[in-house]
Design a protein around this ligand. Structure first.
Ligand SMILES: Cc1ncc(COP(=O)(O)O)c(C=O)c1O
Length: 370
């Protein structure tokens, strides 16, 4: 499908009538289907699912995922891990570099004592600092060495991973395997397949190199929503997609979900039509975030009005521009905006309104922002 056709394939979930706007609304039918589809796909391949909670930052959603096939939870910070642990979630992987200072040291020790904690590392220095932080604990802390499979964010090469793993073992940590995030799948439509191959090959090479020095590799963890379906094969035995729970506009372009699987929309009201050629929605940057991948020129889409383009965002205003003569919403009309990237939208919100068939039936607090 062409990029234009992919964009046009987005079908917004129904927005409840008389909703306070802007609000972030989750369609439960689509959400539940997304959770189920990923869990089933991975279970059929004997690959574990450890979803990244950064998409929802909600203990309620994390628990739902655990009740529906997830083996544990991935988080981005020790604070987020603490929020999940406080909610009773007891198998947590911090998939980001950790450098414990005084407060983080206390948090790390506390989490290590009360849950099955795993932490990502990509340097001997971090390994030694983490080991020092938990010195005296009753068991060895599990760590996974992060491999850079092409994103160029954090992580090391497979050869460097061997040295990091040896240093971590010497420092007293339990090196349990390797992980990567194929984030280069986000560089534009059509990039996911290659990124998935990089994930599988580099993780495989790193795992072999760890085994060569006598390390027992339990976990080989890959993870991004665009690549999750493509890298779920040996030696990968765990996937950590996050965005798949809700989907968003960019996932439709990247192959991470179909246009009618996007489960989350921002309900927004047309608050001004004073300036010709455009309408103003009350879902400004404080609702939609300014997240815009380089390959997408605008700030979200309103599927009911496909000719509209969200060209500019101010804190409280989204400018939806229309070509001459195109159908546009009226003053006071409520529309569903599909955001480019759902994670910052959720993070900015007070919570998520849940709805089934367009009828509000609940609210999920964003209680694990971290
Ligand atoms: C380390 C790590 N794992 C997993 C994920 C989940 O990826 P996605 O947002 O594509 O679902 C991310 C996303 O940022 C990540 O950084």
């Amino acid at each position: 499908m062409s990029a234009a056709a992919l964009g046009a394939s987005i079908v917004a979930p129904p927005i409840p009538a008389r909703i306070d706007t802007p609000s972030v609304v989750v369609d439960l039918d689509r959400f539940e289907a997304n959770v189920e589809r990923m869990a089933t796909f991975l279970a059929e391949r004997s690959v574990g699912l450890r979803p990244h909670a950064k998409t929802h930052s909600s203990t309620a959603v994390a628990k739902y995922q655990l009740e529906h096939g997830a083996l544990g939870c991935t988080v981005g910070t020790l604070r987020m891990a603490a929020a999940m642990a406080d909610a009773g979630i007891d198998d947590l992987f911090v998939a980001a570099p950790v450098w414990p200072d005084s407060e983080e040291t206390r948090r790390l020790r506390d989490l290590h004592d009360r849950v099955r904690l795993t932490v990502g590392i990509d340097s001997a220095e971090a390994a030694q600092r983490i080991a020092a932080a938990i010195a005296g604990g009753s068991s060895r802390l599990r760590v996974l060495v992060e491999i850079d499979s092409g994103e160029r964010r954090s992580g090391v090469t497979p050869a460097q991973a061997q040295a990091v793993a040896v240093a971590a073992s010497k420092a007293g940590l339990q090196v349990a395997g390797v992980f990567t995030h194929g984030g280069h799948s986000y560089r534009g439509p059509g990039k996911a397949a290659e990124a998935a191959v990089d994930e599988v090959e580099l993780l495989g090479e790193a795992a072999r190199l760890l085994e060569d020095v006598g390390i027992e590799v339990e976990t080989v963890s890959a993870g991004s929503t665009p690549t999750a379906h493509l890298s779920a094969r040996a030696p990968v035995n765990e996937e950590r997609p996050g965005t798949y729970v809700f989907g968003d506009r960019q996932q439709v372009y990247l192959g991470g979900c179909a246009g009618d699987e996007v489960a989350l929309a921002v309900a927004a009201t047309v608050t001004s039509t004073a300036v010709p050629g455009q309408v103003i929605l009350n879902s400004g940057a404080k609702a939609l975030s300014k997240d815009k991948p380089g390959w997408l020129g605008d700030f979200g889409t309103v599927p009911a009005y496909p000719d509209g383009v969200i060209t500019r965002l101010f804190d409280f205003h989204a400018v939806l521009e229309f070509p001459e003569g195109a159908a546009r919403p009226k003053l006071g009309e409520v529309v569903a905006v599909i955001p480019n990237h759902v994670c910052p939208v959720v993070n900015l919100s007070r919570g998520l309104v849940t709805a089934r068939n367009g009828v509000i039936n609940g609210f999920w607090a964003i209680d694990a922002r971290g």
